[in-house]
Ligand binder design. Structure first.
Ligand code: HT7
Ligand code: ZN
Length: 899
């Protein structure tokens, strides 16, 4: 397989102006006709004068035009209406090369045949249940027709679709519908025209038996936009929340970023077979059904929140991704990091900002930190890839969003908005790089960003250490920072990063201390705003070692560091446990209150793991129980915040902090602490359950979600006691629940304890919901994740369950992905979990390489475990590597994991 490097980027030799596509959709094959007006790069204004000035002929020599094409049959190729002879082009399994095309504008016509019915990769044109749909990002368009499949080729498209009218009554593509009519033989046609230039990865086509929920949105300038969400007819009632989310997103983007929708129609289609969450095709977003369909009875609060966030995310791409797109795929974070940041802000504004931040930071720590410390570590802007699909990662998305957030932290809201406005003003209609985004932020604010660009090129999570000292005589307080960026594959030595650290100081009563002067490098950095002192200041940590001195501080303060998690780093400080308990109780920055609790919990868990490994008996510090009790019983706190604050860090997060990860010990310790808390706080948890019941109809709003979250967390704690009376309570909650959030939480709590009750309730749940595949996926995931010893056999049996299908990504993610998230069973000492995954990856790879490579990633951190586990996991990776016909997707992950 060939590795592609950012440093090798070259501008295209040819550009495309207009692209006219015609699809004849059929049952065993589809014919695709394309007509493209092509112009050589040297036709641009600059080159025109250049050629005249020097020697016209010399600079007009033709260069080959290389088109990408995979799994398609070439029927004919014409240039300016003339069929090309065999010697005028070259065809291999990946490319069609025109050896000497005309030196000025010409029309290229290519006829091809494709086979969507047998396309199980779910990229290009494929069938999902009985409907046709497309997925072209990143490189799927080359499975539809021969094309320069790269994002810097932006063209205006028309698309004519012809199909059987009764099988495919609805025919959709990008832009506006400009023509439609009947054809002979029960067929019909439509023509769509997209007035905006776009890269081919944003092309989309859908054909099938669909119905829509229709609505309208009036933009800030008074235009009416028609909104349609398409699904099979029986699912239309479940699209109300998606429509609400879309309208909320359209309004929010106008209010917060001044961005208005630019066409008269916006379509969303939900399909059950989709490799990722959704796709932002211009005016025709295609979604995984999971992220569109919801009703209180079938979807949880988490599903509702995910739909809100992802509908927002795809809609926001219309400006950040579609109007301004990426020059090449290395720049993916330019659109994804920025759009994740925008969807995070949207969800924060629609719910609780603190809780959203906690959720996002937890996700970063659980998934991105391990990636940044493993063999697949890569910068936010990767330097190379074999298969681009493998780089739709938490680093590009979530760390990328943190990079965007740092601009906002440094510039403030209005400075950030100025930067965004300049970015759109400069680059609307262009395909650009991360430097252009950086330059817009800098130039709009005349800002000094020092070496900030390193965030795009250096991989690894910076480790920052802070030590503090107070000088009562001088009334100064000093914070000393030192930073280290760990070595990552291909980057053994790193430079110090530019880290914005938001800091506040608390006095001994827990009140915020005013900050007026901070000295750095002997220079006064005034931090007061309009002559007023501030309560949070952003320190710019740039060098390997830095000291900041706060003056006029009248007592030893407790510092609240990295407020709101102002940079994606690992922070370590000299704060004592009692300082952390103090912050947990008093910090005005709610995120840091949660963080203080997490720091204490992480420390406690690590020390108990060490005790367990030395065969010492486990004892829980009563101060920790008191801390949890005081949060649980503080009625002034937001309930979802409480639910998060009383939840221990995940097992993965703790393993990530260990020299040699020990899944059994970490699991045992987490279970021990949870059970101890349940024992000591049983009465409090019981009253939490009772006080947070509601007989009212389901409402999706923060208050109600927070109430349900807290009640469900309390139930989960109580379940650990495995007490018959409490089991009765759980079964009662399960039976009387009127929404999926509560029903599923009760089921999950019951499922913690093996036995007849568990088996009965799991069977009951399946019988109730066997008609709804999205709910059945929850049932698969719950069993897959179980920590019941030997669960691999159960998961193996579920592979043959009639509701399971290896060709459907959602089912694979639920059952196989779910299993890989279970520390005890996936990492079973006998290697049974690893063997299960090794075998399934090879089967999956034949059907869908993108999904297979996502699954194989579960092996990538195999070196973190003990020698026995290492040998077993390595053997599976080697088995995968030696398989015949391995996809490039799986090859890249498996080979990098072994390197
Ligand atoms: N921009 C979309 C990416 C995407 C994708 C990438 C690779 C393979 C399949 C895919 N489906 C969607 C999704 C997004 O981030 O908005
Ligand atoms: Zn996106």
């Amino acid at each position: 397989p060939k590795e592609i490097f950012l440093k090798d980027y070259k501008m295209p030799d040819y550009y495309f102006d207009t692209v006219d596509l015609k699809f004849l959709l059929g049952e065993d094959k589809t014919l695709v006709y394309s007509k493209i007006s092509v112009y050589p790069r040297t036709e641009g204004k600059f080159f025109f004068f250049f050629k005249i000035f020097f020697n016209f002929k010399f600079y007009s020599a033709s260069v080959p035009l290389v088109l990408d094409g995979v799994d398609i049959k070439l029927l004919s190729i014409k240039v300016d209406g003339k069929e090309l002879k065999k010697e005028d082009y070259h065809l291999d399994s990946r490319h069609l090369t025109l050896t000497s095309p005309p030196t000025s504008t010409f029309v290229l016509e290519i006829d091809t045949e494709i086979y969507p019915q047998s396309n199980t990769s779910l990229e290009g044109l494929y069938k999902s249940t009985d409907n046709f749909c497309t997925q072209c990002e990143a490189e799927g368009f080359r499975k539809i027709t021969f094309y320069q499949d790269r994002p810097d080729i932006m063209a205006r498209y028309t698309c004519r679709i012809e199909a059987d009218k009764s099988l495919y009554p609805v025919l959709l593509s990008n832009g506006n519908l400009i023509e439609q009519g009947g054809l002979e033989g029960g067929r019909h046609y439509v023509v769509w025209e997209d007035p905006f230039k776009k890269p081919c990865y944003l092309f989309a086509l859908v054909a099938g038996q669909l119905e829509s929920r229709d609505d309208t949105f009036v933009t800030q300038s008074g235009r009416t936009v028609f909104l349609r969400i398409w699904t099979p007819s029986h699912d239309v009632p479940k699209t109300a929340h998606a429509m609400y989310s879309l309208k909320a997103a359209m309004k929010w983007d106008e209010e917060v970023f001044g961005r208005e929708y630019d066409l008269d129609l916006f379509n969303i289609v939900a399909v059950p077979d989709f490799n990722m969450g959704a796709m932002e095709n211009k005016s025709l977003n295609i979604f995984n059904s999971k992220l569109v369909l919801a009703s209180p009875e079938t979807a949880t609060d988490a599903d509702y929140a995910a739909i809100l966030g992802v509908i927002g995310h795809e809609y926001f791409h219309n400006w950040t991704g579609n109007r301004v797109t990426c020059r090449d795929w290395f720049q993916l974070s330019l659109k994804e990091g920025l759009t994740v940041f925008r969807d995070q802000e949207f969800s924060s504004d629609m719910g609780s900002r603190t809780v959203k931040r906690i959720a996002d930071v937890s996700r970063l720590r659980s998934y991105q930190f391990p990636q940044d410390a493993g063999p697949m570590a890569h910068p936010v802007r990767p330097h190379s890839y074999i298969k681009m699909d493998n780089f739709y990662t938490v680093t590009v998305y979530e760390k990328g969003a943190e990079v965007v957030r740092m601009y906002k932290t440094l510039l403030g809201s209005s400075g950030f908005r100025k930067g965004m406005d300049l970015y759109f003003e400069r680059h609307d209609g262009q395909a650009v790089t991360c430097e252009e985004f950086f330059a817009s932020m800098r130039d709009a604010n005349d800002a000094d960003f020092s070496n900030f660009l390193l965030w795009y090129s250096q991989a690894g999570t910076p480790q920052v250490r802070v030590s503090s000292s107070y000088n009562p005589d001088a009334r100064t307080y000093s914070l000393k920072f030192s930073q280290e960026v760990p070595a990552t594959p291909g980057q053994p030595v790193k430079e110090p990063m530019f880290i914005p650290v938001a800091v506040g100081l608390l006095d001994s009563n827990g009140m915020a201390l005013p900050i007026s002067n901070v000295y750095h490098d002997g220079l006064l950095q005034s931090v007061s705003s309009n002559g007023q002192p501030v309560f949070t200041t952003v320190l710019r940590v740039i060098k390997k070692e830095e000291e900041f001195i706060f003056s006029d501080i009248f007592e030893r303060p407790i510092p609240s560091l990295l407020r709101g998690y102002s940079a994606p780093i690992r922070l370590d400080s000299d704060l004592t446990d009692s300082d952390q308990f103090f912050l947990l109780a008093n910090d005005s920055d709610e995120f840091n209150r949660w963080e203080a609790g997490q720091i204490l919990a992480r420390k406690l868990m690590l020390s108990l793991v060490a005790d367990l490994q030395q065969n010492k008996s486990l004892v829980l510090n009563p101060k920790f129980v008191d801390g949890i009790r005081s949060i649980l019983c503080d009625s002034s706190l937001d309930k979802e915040f409480v639910s998060r604050a009383i939840t221990l860090p995940g097992e993965g997060e703790i393993m990530d902090l260990m020299e040699v990860a020990d899944p059994d010990a970490v699991h045992a310790v987490r279970s021990f602490i949870t059970k101890q808390l349940a024992l000591h706080l049983k009465a409090e948890f019981l009253s939490t359950v009772i006080n947070n019941k509601s007989s009212e109809a389901y409402v999706f709003n923060h208050e109600n979600m927070a109430r349900r979250a807290l009640k469900n967390t309390a139930l989960a704690y109580l379940a650990t006691l495995n007490d018959p009376e409490l089991t009765n309570l759980l079964v009662h909650e399960y039976n009387t629940a009127t929404n999926m959030t509560e029903q599923f939480a009760a089921l999950a709590a019951i499922a913690k304890n093996p036995g007849q009750v568990r088996d009965d309730v799991l069977a009951d749940f399946y019988n109730k919901w066997s008609h709804d595949f999205l709910v059945v996926n929850k049932w698969f995931a719950l069993q897959a994740l179980s920590d019941i010893p030997g669960n691999v056999d159960n998961v193996q049996n579920l592979l043959s369950h009639p509701a399971f299908d290896l060709r459907n990504p959602n089912k694979v993610y639920s059952l196989i992905g779910g299993f890989c998230g279970s520390p005890v069973n996936f990492h079973a000492k006998d290697g049974s979990g690893y063997k299960f995954l090794g075998d399934i990856v090879l089967q999956l790879d034949k059907l869908n390489p993108q999904v297979a490579s996502r699954m194989v990633s579960a092996f990538s951190r195999w070196r973190r475990y003990d020698e026995g586990r290492q040998a077993l996991a390595k053997a599976q990776l080697e088995k995968i590597m030696s398989a015949n016909g391995l996809s490039e997707n799986v090859y890249e992950i498996a080979s990098k994991s072994l390197a």
